[in-house]
Design a binder for this molecule. Sequence first.
Ligand SMILES: [Zn+2]
Length: 437
Amino acid sequence: MNELDILKSIAENLSERKSTAALNNYEVLCNNIKYVNDLLLGGANFLMKIQVQIDTAFKNNDFVSSEFKDSSKKCFYFRTIIPRILLNNINIIEKFVSYTQPDDRIGITVETVGTLKKDFLDFNNLVTSARQFIDSLISDAYQLTLLDPKETNFQVLTSLNSFNKYATNSIRQALFNLDIQNSLAEFENLAYNQRVRGHVSSITKCDQKSFGEKVDFLFNNLRLTADTDFKKEIKNLFSFSSEFTHIGYVSTFFTGSNTSEVIFRDDIGPYLPSTENFSELKYEILETATKFFVRVYLPSVQDSLKKSFKQDTFKIFESSIDQIISKITADLKTKNNQYYFFIKQGLVGSQETIDLTCMCGTTKHWKPPHDLTNIYCKKCGSEFKLIEIEGDPGYIITSNGPIKVIGSSVPDFDELPTEKKIELLKQCEEIIHKQKK
Ligand SMILES: [Zn+2]
């Protein structure tokens, strides 16, 4: 191909946007978005309570470790900086949560379905808040892990220096006291390699300059090096969101189309393909961000507290943060699974409605004709697989205990008289003993 062939392919593909097909189930997407969004918000609220306790604990000399005791020690000033970083991060998480809420479809009709349309502004707000989330939390997790005065000085002075270049006098005077102005002046006098490239100076340094280097550093520190896929996912979200934030050609083109859309409809009401595509992206970003929050960010916060506090004080904060990590990790696992149901042969395809109760507690009333391409839980997105059993089999003993085969002419296990329950459980016991031999 020569340069004109390439330009022709760009002109043809990017100047006339093909209508994007609906990629997934909109209702399931909205439910999943609400589920993960609630989880992250719950985590941020809990972290807020812990932040207040941390702030209080830092004010007490009895709780902090020796490096934090008095102003002659290297880490003394982190006693106010750490709670401030946490508070900033919580604000950023809350902003991200507000941009990743599920669509409100209440009262939407064919006439008002246009209000669900997602345009350039929506895409830009979503992706920019994701960018801010991932970028700030990585930078701050890096600072929290190091607790190195020169590294913190470099990050803050770099930011203040950019701000200072364009801020008006009144803002500058309101924010910068004489001390900080003197610090800035000293920073501006550093050699280029020190001020821009982060080479070590008498007041600053930055060992891991780029986003990618900071991610690698944090994964090494948390011994997550084997998790290469997740590390790549975080770096990919960063590149993707940078393209949007800097208003790259592809993102503006993709989201700026004015063509009218076909209207889709599901059990709740009408919706548009662009709304569904937007939700799909929102869900993906939300899931990556939430996984990052529990796997990288919170463990880095724990790391920082371990250095800051004496052992018994640290243990209290460690277990509070562990609660957030284990709740979110466990709750993320229960959705988008595959569940198997034992079912009496001949029931599928009959005239009966089949009730399938998902692990999340939602029951799907599967009406005839039983469409086998379409069995999943609308609440959590889990897929249902059926295993057909001949005759009238009653119960099946599984690793989760006795389970009634759907459609069998026996009562549910819960409704059995106690002696029958014990009889079945004895059979389970025998099988367990046999398996052990
Ligand atoms: Zn479910």
